[in-house]
Design a protein around this ligand. Structure first.
Ligand SMILES: Nc1nc2c(c(=O)[nH]1)N[C@H]1C(S)=C(S)[C@@H](COP(=O)(O)O)O[C@H]1N2
Ligand SMILES: [Mo]
Length: 252
């Protein structure tokens, strides 16, 4: 298991820097990521190479490559009264709460998220259960939210809280800051040009395109910035990590 801490992120930023500065405009505009780049003179070049790979983009596909249907897996409907009531009003009352290590913790309605700059990407989703699907996702880049809420320097991980439970436990997932600021990491509210279907995580789901399917939290209600995963769930960083020892870092 590789946990990328902020210290490693800082040393890694210099490698990433060349490709970031050429390609990733949104990332370059990110105040928090600028801090990271500014600290990059402490670079360790071995760590750098590995982290540089992690900032590369996942493959993107064409409309012609879309799967006829994007299949659903895991929870297909959270099934609570609150969720049903929210769905009945097209999730107009849905709130995404940013809590924990932010200088300006805040919440966003779905409409507020949709009013921010959006990214659309066609990517392949790979589930450990042995299937893949290509879908077109539209949503707000996570790095925009991290800057608006002003992620604090002590933050090392972002925990995604979800509206559903599996076997009585809330589903959750977590990523480090390299994935948090990655330009293809988005909170998606549309799939294949339509509002996200309930079975695929309506109204909001994480897309973290360099990782396996279980990292892509559906029904996201909150993002908590933390210095450690120890106090969350059973401390392994995600539902499947806690119950079945899945890898925390599921890079593809
Ligand atoms: N909240 C929540 N997120 C989740 C799951 C889940 O059961 N609940 N299943 C995960 C798994 S294993 C996969 S493969 C994908 C499936 O996404 P899909 O239903 O859009 O295919 O969601 C992931 N995110
Ligand atoms: Mo999965």
């Amino acid at each position: 298991m590789t946990i990328i801490t902020r210290r490693k992120l800082i040393t890694g930023a210099a490698i990433g820097a060349g490709s970031l500065l050429s390609g990733c405009d949104a990332l370059n505009r990110s105040a928090a990521f600028q801090d990271v780049l500014a600290s990059a003179e402490t670079a360790n070049f071995t760590v750098q190479r590995a982290l540089g790979d992690r900032m590369e983009l996942a493959s993107e596909y064409r409309i012609a490559d879309l799967s006829p249907k994007f299949r659903a897996n895991g929870t297909r409907d959270p099934g609570t009264a609150d969720y049903a009531a929210s769905a009945a009003q097209s999730f107009a009352n849905w709130e995404l709460r940013l809590t924990g290590l932010f200088a300006k913790p805040q919440q966003f309605s779905l409409a507020a998220l949709q009013a921010l700059p959006q990214r659309t990407q066609i990517t392949r989703h790979d589930c450990v259960e042995g299937w893949s699907a290509i879908g077109q996702w539209t949503g707000v880049p996570l790095n925009i939210l991290l800057d608006l809420a002003q992620l604090k320097k002590e933050a090392q991980f972002l925990v995604f809280h979800c509206a559903d439970r599996l076997g009585g436990r809330p589903y959750y997932e977590s990523i480090d800051l390299l994935d948090g600021f990655h330009p293809q990491t988005i909170l998606a509210h549309r799939l294949n040009g339509e509002p996200l279907p309930i079975e695929n995580g309506a109204p909001l789901r994480l897309r973290v395109e360099r990782q396996l399917g279980y990292k892509h939290a559906k029904y996201v209600t909150g993002i908590e910035a933390v210095a450690s995963l120890a106090g969350i769930g059973e401390g392994k960083g995600g539902y499947w990590q806690d119950v079945a020892n899945y890898e925390w870092y599921a890079g593809i």
